[in-house]
Design a protein around this ligand. Structure first.
Ligand SMILES: Nc1ncnc2c1ncn2[C@@H]1O[C@H](COP(=O)(O)OS(=O)(=O)O)[C@@H](OP(=O)(O)O)[C@H]1O
Ligand SMILES: Nc1ncnc2c1ncn2[C@@H]1O[C@H](COP(=O)(O)OP(=O)(O)O)[C@@H](O)[C@H]1O
Length: 198
C-alpha cells in the first residue's frame, strides 16, 4: 500500500484546541441535489448568514473545485467517485482546522456521501438534501446544460442519462416550494436550528 511506510503524526495543536479558539463546533453541511436544484445559491446564502455571526466558514463549490483540485476529472461514474473522494478528504482537513464547511456538489452516489460521513466524527457530517424536482431544475436550467443534455450535446448528465441516488435518511430534507431563494435559505436555516446545528 502507498501508506505502508508512512507514520501518522499526532500534533499538540489539534482539532479540539483550534475549535475552542475559534469558539465553534466544526462540521460539514453537505448539500446534495440535482444540477440547478439550488445548492450553490443556498450554500452561499447560508455561508453569508454564518459569516455575519462571526463563524469561520469555507464553501467548497462544484464548479470552482472542478477548475482546480479536480480539473482533471470529467463526469463518468468513476470520475465522480474520485471527485467526491478528494472533496471529502479536503472537507476533513477543513473540519480538522476547526472550520464550518459547506459543500455544493451533486454527489449523486450514496456510497460516496457515506464515505465522507465515515471520515468524520459522529455529528460532524450533516447531509442536506436539496430536493428540487427534475422538472423544476430543468425549467430553471441556469447554465443551459439541460438543454444541451436533452439534445445529446452533453453526455452522462445527472437526472437525464446519469443516475442520482436520493438520500434515504438525510439529517435535513429541504423540500421544494415555489418561493424566492432567500426564503428557502431561511427555511434551511430554521431546520438546522431545530436540530441544534447552527
Ligand atoms: N454531465 C454532467 N452532469 C452533471 N453536471 C455537469 C455535467 N457536465 C457539466 N456539469 C456541471 O458540473 C457541475 C457538477 O459538478 P459536481 O462536481 O457537483 O458533480 S459530481 O458531484 O461529481 O457529480 C454542475 O454544476 P451544478 O449545476 O452547480 O450542480 C454542472 O454545472
Ligand atoms: N427557492 C430557490 N432556491 C434556490 N435557487 C433558486 C430558488 N428559486 C430560484 N432559484 C434559482 O435557481 C438556480 C439554482 O442554481 P444553482 O444555485 O447554481 O443550483 P446548483 O448549484 O444546485 O446547480 C439559480 O439561478 C437560483 O437563482
Amino acid at each position: 500500500m502507498a501508506t505502508d511506510n508512512v507514520v501518522w503524526h499526532k500534533h499538540e495543536v489539534n482539532k479540539t484546541t483550534r475549535s475552542e479558539k475559534l469558539g465553534q463546533t466544526p462540521r460539514v453541511f453537505w448539500l446534495t441535489g440535482l444540477s440547478g436544484s439550488g445548492k450553490s445559491t443556498l450554500a452561499n446564502l447560508l455561508e453569508k448568514k454564518l459569516h455575519e455571526q462571526n463563524k469561520h466558514t469555507y464553501l467548497l463549490d462544484g464548479d470552482n473545485v472542478r477548475h482546480g483540485l479536480c480539473g482533471d476529472l470529467g463526469f463518468s461514474d468513476k470520475d465522480r467517485v474520485e471527485n467526491i473522494r478528494r472533496i471529502s478528504e479536503v472537507a476533513k482537513l477543513f473540519v480538522d482546522a476547526g472550520t464550518i464547511v459547506l459543500t455544493a456538489f451533486i454527489s449523486p452516489f450514496k456510497a460516496d456521501r457515506d464515505y465522507c460521513r465515515s471520515l468524520m466524527e459522529d455529528g460532524e457530517f450533516v447531509e442536506v438534501f436539496i430536493d428540487t424536482p427534475l422538472e423544476v431544475c430543468e425549467k430553471r436550467d441556469p447554465k443551459g446544460l439541460y438543454k444541451k443534455a436533452r439534445s445529446g450535446e452533453i453526455k452522462d448528465f445527472t437526472g437525464i442519462d446519469s443516475a442520482y441516488e436520493a438520500p434515504e435518511a438525510p439529517e435535513v430534507h429541504l423540500t421544494y416550494q415555489d418561493e424566492p431563494a432567500e426564503q428557502t435559505a431561511e427555511r434551511l436555516y430554521a431546520l438546522l436550528q431545530e436540530k441544534g446545528l447552527v
